[in-house]
Design a binder for this molecule. Structure first.
Ligand SMILES: Nc1ncnc2c1ncn2[C@@H]1O[C@H](COP(=O)(O)OP(=O)(O)O)[C@@H](O)[C@H]1O
Ligand SMILES: Nc1ccn([C@H]2C[C@H](O)[C@@H](COP(=O)(O)OP(=O)(O)O)O2)c(=O)n1
Length: 232
């Protein structure tokens, strides 16, 4: 891999934002990238896209060997404009289909398979290297594994209750308790997998968003990026 420090030296900034589901990673990352003129990458969307392809192609998702054998097949392309992020699989726009309940319930099993992670991690690093002005990359293992040399690492947290309330607000009519249980189950799977689990990097700044508005979280992260840029 070409050193990501080269791009940082050229005046770009690489920001890694990790955390569990519903902590505000996507909304915060998109807004921070837009405000600072940076690219934006939703790595969860990539894991969802490969999961959608496996479901659509009838891969047995109870068999890690079958998942690994198919991991290299789909071509996943992410558009990194924070104002209009896109995701395609073999040229098909999958922005809608990757958000279904079926994909959400299966994505942890697919993303736990090492061959899937190797492939998607390579893709993520090449996208980060290509970002001329820098990039905000959000996910679960960005600060720990994908971009360990990121200029700034943020780890967002929030209580399960706050996260479930936010998510069920999005899924109209969804039961908050059921949403909460599903979130906790997915976080546990993502945190306990052997390869590159959801984890806070030792040098990440933790921001508890439970009592903060989205605007407050955005301002906090923008300030941290500006401080980094100013060399503080
Ligand atoms: N600090 C916050 N306060 C209230 N709602 C928030 C906050 N941060 C995000 N949200 C809302 O919660 C939902 C989930 O946020 P999202 O950014 O998708 O989280 P994640 O990417 O971590 O899963 C969205 O509807 C978003 O608008
Ligand atoms: N860097 C990443 C990003 C996501 N994943 C996996 C684990 C997550 O449960 C799924 C979906 O991620 P996504 O960020 O879309 O999830 P939510 O927006 O929190 O619902 O992908 C991962 O393993 N590594």
């Amino acid at each position: 891999m070409e050193s990501l420090e080269n791009s940082a030296a050229a005046g770009t900034v690489i920001v890694a934002i990790d955390g569990p589901s519903g902590t505000g990673k996507s909304s915060t990352s998109k807004a921070v990238a837009a405000q600072l003129g940076l690219s934006y990458l939703d790595t969860g969307a990539q894991y969802r896209a490969i999961t959608w392809w496996m479901v659509t192609n009838g891969i047995d998702l109870t068999d890690p060997g079958a998942i690994a054998a198919a991991a290299g097949k789909p071509e996943i392309v992410s558009g990194t404009d924070p104002a209009a992020p896109t995701i395609t699989v073999d040229g098909t726009d999958v922005a809608g289909p990757i958000r279904t309940q079926e994909v959400t319930s299966k994505v942890s099993a697919v993303s736990a398979v090492p061959d899937v992670r190797t492939r998607i991690t390579e893709l993520q690093r090449s996208i980060a290297l290509a970002a001329e002005k820098g990039i905000v990359v959000e996910g679960r293992d960005i600060g720990t594994t994908v971009l360990p040399d990121a200029d700034l690492k943020i780890f967002l947290t929030a209580s399960p209750e706050a996260r479930a309330a936010r998510r069920s607000g999005e899924l109209k009519g969804a039961d908050v308790n059921a949403t909460r249980e599903a979130l906790i189950k997915r976080d546990a799977a993502d945190s306990s997998r052997k390869t590159s689990p959801l984890a806070k990097a030792g040098d990440a700044v933790e921001v508890d968003t439970t009592e903060l508005s989205l605007q407050q979280v955005i301002e906090c992260v923008v300030t941290l990026v500006e401080e980094k840029r100013a060399g503080k």
